[in-house]
Each structure stands twice: as C-alpha cells, then as structure tokens.
Design a protein around this ligand. Structure first.
Ligand code: GCV
Length: 710
C-alpha cells in the first residue's frame, strides 16, 4: 500500500511538472516570472524576455508626479518604445501594457498615450482561512495559508469544525514562494496593487507575532510587484489575543493595544496598507457590542494607522434584523454616520444591497454619503453564479454597475469624478486558489483579469476585455483565420453568459432563490424551521396566489426612497421600473401585462408568461454556449477544451434544474400552465425539493455528486 502511495506521489509530481504551455497555469502571461527582485529589474527582464523589437527605454520622469501613482506614458517613434513614469511601479505597469499591446496584435508602430488608473487602490480580498480553506472558494485551497496539509477536522456530515477554522492549532506556514511570486506578477500585469490574504470572517490569530512574521514574508515577495499587503482583522482581537476584558473602541487600554499592534506591524512591513473590517455582521464582533457606532470603531483603528499612512476599509455589509427589509439595512445604519468617519477610513460597499446576486439594483449607499469615502466591493468568486462549474463572464455585470453609479448615483468614487481625493479604491473577492488553473477553471480566470483591467480603467468595455483576455490566454501567438473564428465564438459565449445565468436562475429582478448555506442550485422551496426569515428564499420572492416579487416601493418597504429622487420615482412605479428589476421592487400580479425584453425579443405579456419565457431563454442560452464552445474544438488546448466542455454540460443540466425547480414551484402559486413555446419540465417538483447536496461553503459540487441527485 505504502509503495503504491509513493508511486502515486511521484506520478503526481511528474504530472505537475509537465503541464502543457496553454493549460491555463500561466494565466494570461508569457514566459516565467523573472528571478530578479527589484521592480525595475523585473520590468527590464519582462521586456527582454518577451518584447519583439527594438529595446524599449524605461525613464523615470518626476514631472509625472501630479498624475495618480502608477500612471505611465508610452511613446513609440521610429520603432523604439519609451515608457515613462514618476515611479518604478509605473514603469513596470507600462512594460506589461506594452507587452499586452504586442500580444493582442495592436498596432504599436507609431503611438503616444498616457495611462492613469481610475482608482488608486485596486485590491483583491481573499476569504482564505488560516487553515487553508477558502470561504466560497472553488479553486482548491489557499495559496497563502497551509497549502500542503489538511488540518481540519470534519464531523460525520463532512462539515468543517468551526473551532479549527477560527483557531488553527499549529504554527503558520507560508506555501510556495513561486506561487506567490506568480500571483504578484499576474496582478501587476493588470494593475492590481493590493491584496488582503485572510478572510473578513477574521481569525484574531492573524495578528499574533507568529502569524505577522509570515505576513511579512508574503509582503516581501509582493513588494517588488507593487502589491501592498492589508489584513482583515477581528474587532475583538484585544480580548482574544490581547488578554483585555473589552474591545470597546473608547477604552484607553484597547486603544493602546491597537496602537502597539499597529507599530509592531509597521516595524515588520513598513509599507503595510491597513485593515479591512467586517464588524457587527453575521456574528462578527464590532463596536455595537460595546454600545459604540461603526464610526467610533473605524476611527479608533484609523487613528492608530494614521501616523504610518495606513487606512481602514470598513465594510457596510450589515443586516441586523431590525427592519423588515434587509435591502435597506446598510443604508439605515451607515447613512446617518456621514461626516463622522476620519479621512483615512473608506466604506467598502457591495455593489448591490443584498449579496452579490446575478443581478441587483445598485446599493443606495453609493452617493448617499457625500462627506465619506466610499468604495465598491465586487465578487469574482462565483458564490451565487454556479461556483466554478458555470461559465460566467462577469465584466458585463460590473460595467453595468459602474455606469449606474456614475450616471444615477453621481458617486465620486473614482479618480475622474474625484480628482482631489487621494483615497479612491475598488475591491473584489478573489477566486484564486491552489488549483492548477488558479481559479477552478480557465474561463474563470477572465474575471480576475477583468477586475484588474476595470480597476485600472473603468471605461473599458466588457467586449474589449473579453477580446484581450481570450487572445492572451487561449490563443497566444496565433493570428490565422481559424483562430479568428474561434476567438469570435469564445467572445460570443463569454458575452452572453451573465444574462443567460440571470435568465435561468433569477430573471426579472428575482433574487436569492439559492439552496441553503452553500448557495449552489435552486431552492425556492427551502424551509429551515427557526432560521432567520431573511436567509430564506421565500422572504425574497414573496410568491403568493396574487403574484410574485418584493414590494419595495413607497406602498411597501420604501427602499425606493433611499435612491436619488428622480431615479426613486422611476423605480417606484411598476410601469416605469426597468423590467429587469421589476420583482426586486414590486409585487406583481401573475396576470399583469408587462413589457420586457427576452434575448432579442421585446414582448408585452403577462408576468407569468414572461417569467416562463425568461427561464426557457436562459436554458436555451446555456445550450447555445455549449455550441459556441464546441465550434472551437481543435483551436484550444485539448485539456482546457475538454474541461470547459464538461462544465458547460453541467451548466446546461443545472439550467434545466433551475428552470424546472423555480417554474414548477411558482406554478403552485400561479396555477397557470406554461405557454405553448416553453418546454415541459423534465423534473418532478417533489424530487427536486428533496435534493440536499451536503457540501460545505468551501467547495464546488462534483459532476458525480450532481448526477447522483438530479
Ligand atoms: C465572508 C455572504 C457570504 C459569506 C460572506 C459574507 C460577507 O453572506 O455567504 O460567506 O462571509 O457574505 O461578505 O461577509
């Protein structure tokens, strides 16, 4: 037996060492990470290794200091590129940009332009636990913590022991240095300049000296690539690891504890970025526990960080059950605090008011706190979008959000709208793990890439980013007719994927119809006795004999009243409310005629028929995505092709599950038949109701498991 295991181990090592060139393990990059360690050396080495042409000139130009940090210019005259920037990291960004232009086939003969970032802090949040699991992670285990051994105990149902999660017993251990360097390089190549390596459901342990020494090692690897290190902290740390009997932010000893801890951190990591805090949310401790406000809590940390130039990113993801509408909670708790936060505090707000749904209204907090710094939080990891089984390109969702907050909320969160503010930022929850493809599958890498590109330039289109990413990742160094065709098919698949998911999961503004806990698959019928009502799908759908949808208009919870007046009016009236948010804001009778768009078709029909058509369209689109991909056979790395083909098959079967589960369940309220052009269900509602995947919040269900239950 032992011998077999040894052979297996050797074989798997051999396998890891012989992965083919375009299997996704290199992301969108060419060559390998240079073995030099200073920023300028890296820039030169990257150009030497990949630039085909006259040697580029890198020039530090202090006169560019007035531009946001990292800005650069590129001038190409007579074939020689000159990259200029006020900082070394700007020169590194310029080098990667130049290579990207070359590798995507752009015309780079005679050109001159300046590139400046839309946001100053472009940060990835990793929900990685110190024992190596990743909350909502579908790409293996953490690249930051305990890469090698499984330290967790599980109960008979396979659930992780919470104690192990919060208080890992053994000493910390930094995983592969190479992997971390590749991670830093990948981020720098798209302009991401910061990361938080630990979960916002933070273990107090991360602030112990033992762990801080490991964080220092990470920071040292990241620094030459312009990546600043931040930490998610647990507000009760002074009690758990500091031996104090309170974490009250107004208590002198608590303040002293944080001041000393911050000093210790900066001694180890002089360019440390600051703290990310989830407080008084989902059981996490916070200032409210001591009768203090979010502002008092955030400011206490901000004061400790201020002398070192550090900041606090304080999350607004709160939803105490004090208002009957969860969507209003963050606004109700935070908006009255406008003007009370110190200037090195920035409020990190999820794009929508609930929780990273396939489509949400934008969070009304954006633009509602003019005296407070605000930043958006997106989710790259696909907690609510089919984990790493479904192919979902998310740039269309994010560009939709950017447009809304610029045009409707007039929210000055980016450098163009707020040139005077140095603290502008944007964040996203990462989908990176230690899987060979980094993100669970190669197509999911496109969302990491898209986040970086949009954080750098939020005016790029989803289509342009898809084009860049697919050329760089799937078709490097290829420029023939077959590639052009395959590229068009891949882009078609990517660009239709997000709306397809909205349609087969939750069209017309429906939301949170997910299975309990792990959020994979439909469970509109979910019923957990005694659970919080706002953790139940029925709370959001409000299906009854009359109709469907959450009345958030002025005749209901009045969440519409939290938006700017003109937009609030549009949302408040079901006749003018955008059809894709209709059930988000209104409870609509089944028979009411609505105008909506389904794919290319604009229609006027009853809510019930419209709902059926959207679910059908979502399923049709999933099938079309399979066809788009199949047309690329032979043009894409064979393993990548087969892996994505398999996932698209799961996705289509899941789309069928979603359509049947939701429509059959809602039909028990509407009592209406499917329209003639909508396919009959292939599942039985009672059997669907009985499905329980039994997975944790740290994994994606396997095809085998799914096949065995649906
Ligand atoms: C990290 C949702 C997710 C949680 C996550 C939380 C958050 O509730 O399901 O896993 O916790 O959001 O953003 O804090």
């Amino acid at each position: 037996m032992k011998k077999h295991l040894t052979i297996l181990a050797v074989l798997s090592l051999l396998f890891v060492g012989t992965v083919s060139a375009h299997d996704g393990s290199q992301l969108w990059l060419q060559g390998s990470a240079p073995s030099v360690t200073s920023t300028l050396e890296i820039a030169n080495a990257e150009l030497n290794q990949s630039w085909k042409g006259a040697a580029p000139v890198l020039k530090l130009n202090k006169s560019m200091k007035a531009l946001p940090d990292g800005s650069f210019s590129i001038t190409i005259q007579a074939g020689t590129p000159v990259i200029q920037s006020a900082s070394e990291v700007g020169l590194l960004y310029g080098s990667y940009h130049l290579l990207r232009l070359q590798q995507t086939g752009a015309n780079v003969t005679d050109t001159a332009f300046v590139e400046r970032p839309s946001y100053n802090i472009r940060i990835l949040n990793h929900w990685d636990n110190l024992n190596g699991t990743i909350e909502r992670g579908y790409a293996g285990r953490s690249i930051f913590w305990r890469n090698s051994a499984d330290q967790m105990r599980r109960n008979a149902d396979g659930e992780v022991n919470e104690e192990d999660l919060l208080h890992p017993k053994d000493a910390p251990e930094i995983p592969s240095v190479d992997r971390l360097r590749d991670y830093a390089r990948a981020n720098a190549s798209i302009g991401i300049n910061a990361y938080v390596p630990d979960n916002v459901n933070a273990s107090p342990k991360v602030l112990t000296t033992e762990y801080l020494l490991e964080v220092k090692k990470m920071a040292d690897i990241m620094r030459p690539y312009g990546m600043k290190t931040y930490l998610a902290i647990n507000f009760a740390s002074p009690m758990v690891i500091g031996g104090l009997d309170t974490a009250d932010p107004l208590d002198k000893n608590v303040q002293k504890w944080w001041t000393a801890k911050v000093k210790e951190i900066y001694k180890l990591i002089p360019d440390f970025g600051g703290f990310l805090v989830k407080a008084n949310s989902e059981g996490q401790p916070g200032p409210n526990d001591f009768g203090r406000t979010h502002a008092e809590g955030a400011n206490m940390l901000a004061k400790a960080l201020k002398p070192f130039g550090g900041i606090v990113m304080w999350r607004a993801f709160v939803y105490s059950p004090s208002d009957p509408d969860r969507a209003k909670q963050a606004y109700l708790e935070f908006q009255p605090l406008d003007g009370q936060f110190l200037d090195n505090v920035i409020i990190q707000i999820k794009n929508g008011p609930i929780d990273f749904q396939p489509r949400e209204a934008y969070s009304a907090l954006f633009g509602a706190m003019p005296k407070t710094r605000e930043m958006a939080e997106w989710q790259i990891t696909q907690e609510y979008l089919g984990h790493s089984n479904h192919i979902a390109y998310l740039a269309p969702m994010w560009t939709e959000f950017i447009q809304q907050i610029k045009e409707i909320a007039h929210c000055p969160i980016n450098n163009a709208l707020s040139p005077a503010r140095s603290l502008t930022a944007i964040s996203a929850v990462s989908n990176v793990g230690n899987s060979p493809s980094w993100c669970g599958n190669v197509m999911a890498q496109s969302n990491w890439y898209a986040f970086g590109r949009l954080a750098w330039n939020d005016e790029l289109s989803a289509c342009q980013i898809a084009d860049e990413w697919a050329r760089l990742t799937l078709f490097p160094d290829r420029d023939d007719a077959a590639t052009t065709k395959a590229l068009a098919n891949v882009k078609c698949l990517m660009l239709r994927s997000r709306e397809a998911i909205v349609d087969y999961m939750m069209p017309l503004g429906l939301h949170h119809q997910f299975a309990w806990g792990h959020h994979y698959g439909p469970e509109p019928y979910c019923d957990i006795p005694g659970a919080r009502p706002d953790w139940m799908p029925s709370y959001y759908a409000k299906a009854d004999a009359e109709g469907l949808g959450f009345n958030r208009s002025s005749t209901g919870s009045n969440a519409t009243g939290q938006y700017p007046t003109d937009y609030a009016k549009v949302l408040d009236n079901p006749e003018t409310c955008p059809y894709d948010l209709l059930l988000w804001f209104h409870h609509v009778p089944w028979g009411k005629t609505i105008q909506h768009r389904c794919g290319d078709r604009v229609a006027r029909e009853s809510l019930w028929n419209a709902l059926c058509h959207h679910y059908q369209h979502g399923l049709d689109e999933a099938r079309a995505m399979q066809r788009d991909w199949d047309r690329c056979q032979g043009q894409i790395d064979a393993d990548v092709f087969a892996d994505i083909q398999r996932r698209l098959r799961i996705q289509t079967r899941d789309a069928q599950w979603w359509k049947d589960g939701c429509l059959l369940y809602f039909q028990t309220f509407s009592g209406l038949p499917f329209p003639d052009d909508v396919e009959s269900a292939v599942h039985d509602l009672d059997k669907l109701r009985a499905i329980k995947l039994g997975i944790t919040n740290y994994e994606c269900p396997s095809e085998e498991l799914l096949d065995s239950v649906r």
